[in-house]
Design a binder for this molecule. Structure first.
Ligand SMILES: NC(=O)c1ccc[n+]([C@@H]2O[C@H](COP(=O)([O-])OP(=O)(O)OC[C@H]3O[C@@H](n4cnc5c(N)ncnc54)[C@H](OP(=O)(O)O)[C@@H]3O)[C@@H](O)[C@H]2O)c1
Length: 263
C-alpha cells in the first residue's frame, strides 16, 4: 500500500490529537474532528485542520482514517452513520477498540482471537468492532487498547479524584498503555503495508489490580485498597507479541509504574 497522504481523525482528543499532530509534523495533511471546538486552537497551532462533528462529507477513498471517538456505543453509532451516508471505506482505517472487549475478568492467555466477554460493555465493544469490520473490510485494523494513561489522566488520577480504590478482585490483570505508546502504535497501524486485522495494545508487564492499587494508595497516602473475593485461576496474560513486532517495537513507557504519577 502506498502511504496515504491525508489523515482524517474522528475523535481528535488525547490519543487522536497525538496521532494527528505526528502526521502533520511528518509533513502530511491531517484533519481532526471533535465534538466541540475546545481543542481547536491547540490542534490548529500544531498544523491539524480542526472540524466539529463527523467527517462524512470529507472522507475519500485515498485517505487514512483513525476512529478514536470515545466509547464503543459512540463508535458503533459513528460507523452506522458512515454506512447510512454511503461513505466508501478509505485506504486504511484504524479503530481504537478496547480490552473491555474481553469482559470483566478474562483469564489465561488473551490474544486477538480470544472471543468477546459477556458483559454489556464487552457486547457493545464487539458490536462496534463487527460494524467497523463489515464497513472497512480488509482496510480495517483494530487496536484493542488497554487502559490509557499519562500524568494527570488515567487510573491514578481517577483514584485521586475519588479518594478510594474502585471495588474489584485483587487478581485481575490491569493492562495499561501510555498515550504516547498507543499513539505510536496507531500511527504505525495507519502506515503498515500489511498489518494484522486486530492487535491487543497493552505494554507488558501488566500489574494485577492488587499490585497497582496498593502502590497507588501508598503514593497518594490513601487508605489501603479493599478487594472483593479473588476470581481464581490464571489472571489474564495479554499476548502483545504481534503489537511489539509490527507496531511498537520499543515502547517509550515500558514500566507500569510510570502510571503511578499524581495529577
Ligand atoms: N481511556 C481509556 O483508558 C481507554 C481505553 C481503551 C480505549 N480507549 C479509547 O481510546 C480512544 C481515545 O480516547 P481518548 O482518551 O483520547 O479520548 P478523549 O481525550 O476524550 O478524546 C475524544 C475526542 O473525541 C471527540 N468526540 C467525542 N464524540 C464525538 C463525536 N460524536 N464526533 C466527533 N468527535 C467526537 C471529543 O471531542 P471534544 O474535544 O470536543 O470533547 C474528543 O476530542 C477512544 O476511542 C476510547 O474509547 C480509551
Amino acid at each position: 500500500m502506498t502511504a496515504p497522504g491525508r489523515l482524517v481523525v474522528w475523535g481528535a482528543g488525547e490519543l487522536g490529537g497525538r496521532v494527528a499532530r505526528a502526521w502533520a509534523a511528518a509533513g502530511g495533511e491531517a484533519l481532526g474532528f471533535t465534538a466541540s471546538d475546545t481543542r481547536h486552537a491547540a490542534l490548529a497551532a500544531d498544523g491539524v485542520t480542526p472540524h466539529v462533528g463527523a467527517p462524512t462529507d470529507h472522507l475519500t477513498e485515498a485517505d487514512a482514517l483513525l476512529f478514536a471517538v470515545p466509547g464503543s456505543g459512540r463508535q458503533l453509532a459513528a460507523v452506522e452513520a458512515l454506512v447510512a451516508a454511503g461513505v466508501a471505506p478509505p485506504a486504511r482505517a484504524v479503530l481504537i477498540g478496547t480490552t473491555g472487549y474481553y469482559g470483566a475478568h478474562p483469564r489465561g492467555t488473551v490474544d486477538a482471537d480470544t472471543p468477546p466477554g459477556v458483559t454489556d460493555r464487552a457486547r457493545t465493544a464487539a458490536a462496534a468492532e463487527a460494524a467497523f469490520r463489515a464497513w472497512a473490510g480488509d482496510a480495517g485494523v483494530i487496536l484493542r487498547c488497554a487502559g490509557l494513561y499519562r500524568p494527570g489522566r488515567g487510573p491514578v488520577s481517577a483514584l485521586q479524584r475519588r479518594g478510594l480504590a474502585p471495588e474489584g478482585p485483587p487478581d485481575k490483570t490491569l493492562a495499561l498503555i501510555h498515550y504516547d505508546d498507543a499513539a505510536t502504535a496507531a500511527l504505525a497501524a495507519l502506515r503498515h503495508p500489511a498489518p494484522q486485522p486486530v492487535y491487543v495494545a497493552a505494554v507488558p508487564p501488566c500489574p494485577t489490580r492488587q499490585a497497582f492499587y496498593i502502590a497507588a494508595c501508598v503514593l497518594l497516602d490513601l487508605p489501603s485498597p479493599r478487594f472483593t473475593a479473588p476470581v481464581g485461576g490464571v489472571p489474564a496474560a495479554y499476548d502483545v507479541r504481534p503489537l511489539l513486532s509490527d507496531l511498537l517495537p520499543t515502547p517509550a513507557h515500558p514500566k507500569w509504574q510510570e502510571a503511578l504519577v499524581p495529577a
